[in-house]
Design a protein around this ligand. Structure first.
Ligand code: GAP
Length: 492
């Protein structure tokens, strides 16, 4: 991780040390932009998906779930526009072999230069490097330069550009389009006739099953279909840890509505999705909407807003909310030759529904909740690292601690642990000073600490310590289960 983001460096190190996230196949040197989730990360990820599913599907009567396959008929991706249009402009550096997305590289160009004056390219957000090069190589005043995007520079002038990681001009290649879909083959013969793609979004699995769901359930428009699953993109730029990876999970919901009501539903889903992130415990001031301008809109969208989060490396997209109109179903009707229209009993009309999509990244949500929850806290006599994870997301729901390792306390504590484990992952720890045991759980985000002490033997009560306030209260041991349930499961 970049040295410019010390908080990210600390978080990355904690994630590795405590078993949240590891690089993929590390013993072989790793695989770029692919990550594995360790014991705690696997729990956190599962909890994020469960929270989303409860919010989007379980607690509503008008959204149903789906689990479509990753591999789909290749025509799906022709219909969706991904074969022709899902590409990024790629630029290579001949000297360093580095690859850049041309639309993420900026250039300082002299305002009054001639055909010989140099231009200085740098990565998005790294203006500092460009400015340094103007001063050092051109020995000029940065104020006499203007900032433009690399794709605006005519290819005939590329020989004047000093690339982001070199000191000489003329090393950048012409931009070429690069399709982001991973290809593979079905069956033993690798030829063009049996190419299939690893899905780059889960949405298409929902569209091609729209009529299956209508005919096999009792849903009526307006209704939604939700799905959680893996997606794959051969991304060119992959910095910032798990923010942009080549294999990731999406949590997508497609809401099918009557044409003409789409913008109303679009607005209502925008609000709903912000409410969701608040419920997840994300600080409101770290969330904002970003509306897509005409040059940002995906080929399928009539309107689109991102929900962005302020990461240590800047405001970045966390989720997209799109009005996809009737684009997708119409295209599948055209490419498959199968009628995709819906008969609306209420108004006795047949139409192709419009679709409002909410598309969240699971791994990106995981990074967001970790960043938002991570704190190094100065206490009166001490300091601690604490992860303020929502109790529903925390990998362990409680630490169970016998105050001492004798006089029957471990037996009572173990019995409580076994009872709770029917529903909740809890961590039993009888080693070391109680303060140190609390700290170990604070660092990984365990929201509650249950201590069994001598009084427990007298009156069957325990103390429960709250991770965030560090306050303790005494409750009957038989009330621990309900105490956890109210704070973990009754919240969505
Ligand atoms: N079906 C619409 C769609 O896929 P998108 O904006 O390309 O829209 C939606 O992706 C969400 O998926 C993003 O907001 C992000 O959270 C997640 N996502 C996309 N590409 C990703 C990547 N390479 N790594 C991690 N998450 C990604």
């Amino acid at each position: 991780m970049s040295k410019q983001h010390p908080i990210m460096d600390k978080l990355v190190s904690m994630c590795k040390r405590r078993g949240y996230i590891y690089g993929s196949s590390e013993i072989y040197g790793g695989l770029s932009a692919v990550y594995d989730y360790g014991p705690l990360g696997a729990e956190l990820k599962k909890n994020i998906k469960t929270f989303w599913w409860k919010w989007m599907v379980q607690k509503r009567d008008n959204i149903v779930g789906l689990d479509a396959a990753i591999l789909m008929h290749p025509r799906v991706w022709e219909a969706s526009g991904h074969v022709a249009g899902f590409q990024d402009p790629l630029v290579d550096c001949r000297q360093t072999k580095a690859r850049y997305r041309a639309d993420q590289v900026f250039v300082f160009r002299p305002k009054d230069g001639d055909e010989k004056t140099l231009m200085f390219a740098f990565r998005e957000g790294d203006d500092e490097t460009g400015i340094k090069k103007i001063k050092k190589i051109a020995k000029a005043d940065p104020a006499t330069y203007e900032k433009i995007i690399l794709t605006e520079v005519p290819v005939t002038e590329f020989n004047r550009i000093v690339g982001p990681d070199v000191k000489e001009p003329g090393t950048l290649t012409e931009p070429r389009q690069f399709n982001l879909m991973f290809k593979t083959h079905v069956g033993p013969v690798e030829d063009n006739a049996n190419v299939v793609y690893m899905r780059p979004e889960t949405a298409q699995g929902i569209y091609v099953n729209f009529l299956n769901v209508v005919s096999s359930t009792r849903v009526k428009i307006p209704f939604g279909i939700a799905q959680v699953g893996k997606a794959f993109r051969n991304e060119i730029t992959t910095e910032n840890y798990i923010f942009r990876t080549r294999e990731f999970e999406q949590m997508e919901m497609q809401f099918f509505v009557r044409p003409g009501t789409d913008m109303e539903w679009f607005e209502s889903w925008k609000q709903d999705r912000i409410d969701y992130y608040r419920k997840l415990g994300i600080r409101r001031e770290k969330l904002r909407f970003h509306q897509h301008g005409p040059d940002e809109l995906a080929h399928y969208a009539a309107a689109a807003f991102d929900i962005q989060y302020e990461f240590p490396f800047g405001w970045k997209e966390l989720e997209g909310i799109h009005n996809r109109t009737d684009f997708d179903l119409k295209r599948h009707q055209e490419f498959s030759g199968k009628d995709q229209s819906y008969f609306d009993e209420e108004i006795k009309e047949k139409y192709i529904p419009f679709i409002v999509e909410t598309s969240a990244g699971c791994d990106r949500t995981l990074l967001t909740v970790l960043v938002d929850a991570f704190e190094e806290q100065e206490l009166e006599k001490d300091k601690r690292t604490v992860l303020h994870l929502h109790p529903a997301l925390a990998p362990f729901k409680a630490g169970i601690f016998p105050l001492v390792k004798k006089e029957g306390l471990p037996e009572i504590a173990r019995k409580l642990k076994e009872d709770l484990q029917h529903l909740y992952p809890v961590f039993y720890d009888e080693g070391g000073a109680i303060g140190r045991r609390y700290r170990r759980q604070d660092e990984i985000g365990t929201p509650f600490g249950v201590t069994i002490d001598f009084q427990t033997k007298e009156d069957d009560t325990v103390t429960i310590r709250d991770r965030d306030s560090m306050e303790q209260e005494r409750i009957p041991i038989t009330g621990v289960f309900n105490y956890l349930f109210d704070r973990i499961d009754r919240i969505v």
